[in-house]
Design a binder for this molecule. Structure first.
Ligand code: DC
Length: 208
């Protein structure tokens, strides 16, 4: 079991996917789960700040996660969860303790059913799987992170840098399981390094 945490744009998803492939382990993107619940909230027209209604909805929302798709309550949401509306609203949903406890349980169950995996998110090493065999904290400079997002989804670098800074702030200052580096995590700054280099380093540490 490998737990990978870090802020948006650090290269987590690309690196975690490639790592999972190399280690022949299943891969879970927990950010997609928070995005999936957010999508359900927006579809129902519920106010993201209505803590009780959002927590209640999370309990009944069916997330069908596969490597390259997410189906929310039977309707494909693969594109929607990467869209602007979900991206803007997801931090509020991810700060909801009812949502977090529900998704934590589902994440543990997912790993238990498969006997391991490469799991990425914000609180994976610190809270969800503190006993993971390997914990990794990935980061990159704010400028590089913004440039990567622009390369993926387009937009203005300065605006995206501001959005990322705002989301980082929300994710790392919320009271329930904020983004933090786990004490014994392997710290990797991906700013000036290729995906391949980083993956090889992590594979080496995993086997070492
Ligand atoms: O990694 P991402 O950008 O898809 O994550 C979407 C949001 O979900 C982000 O605001 C942080 C939050 N998140 C979280 O709080 N805990 C996780 N384990 C994963 C994501």
């Amino acid at each position: 079991m490998v737990a990978i945490d870090g802020p948006a744009g650090a290269g987590k998803s690309t690196i975690a996917r490639e790592l999972a492939r190399k280690l022949s382990l299943p891969y879970l993107d927990t950010g997609a789960m928070y995005r999936g619940i957010t999508c359900a909230v927006l579809r129902k027209g519920i106010d993201v700040h209505d803590v009780d209604a959002v927590a209640q909805l999370a309990l009944s929302t069916v997330l069908d996660i596969s490597d390259d798709a997410l189906v929310v309550d039977g309707v494909d949401a693969t594109q929607d969860i990467r869209g602007e509306a979900v991206t803007r609203a997801v931090s509020a949903v991810a700060a909801n303790s009812g949502v977090r406890s529900e998704l934590r349980e589902r994440q543990r169950q997912w790993v238990a059913e498969r006997g391991g995996g490469v799991v990425e998110g914000r609180d994976i090493a610190t809270v969800v799987f503190p006993d993971a065999r390997l914990k990794v904290f990935l980061t990159a400079s704010p400028l590089v992170r913004a440039q990567r997002r622009v390369a993926q989804i387009g937009g203005d670098v300065e605006q995206i840098a501001r959005d990322i800074a705002e989301r980082d702030h929300k994710d790392s200052t919320r009271s329930d399981s904020p983004l933090r580096e786990s004490e014994n995590a392997l710290f990797v700054d991906t700013s000036d390094r290729s995906i391949g280099e980083v993956v090889n380093e992590i594979v080496g540490v995993f086997h070492g």
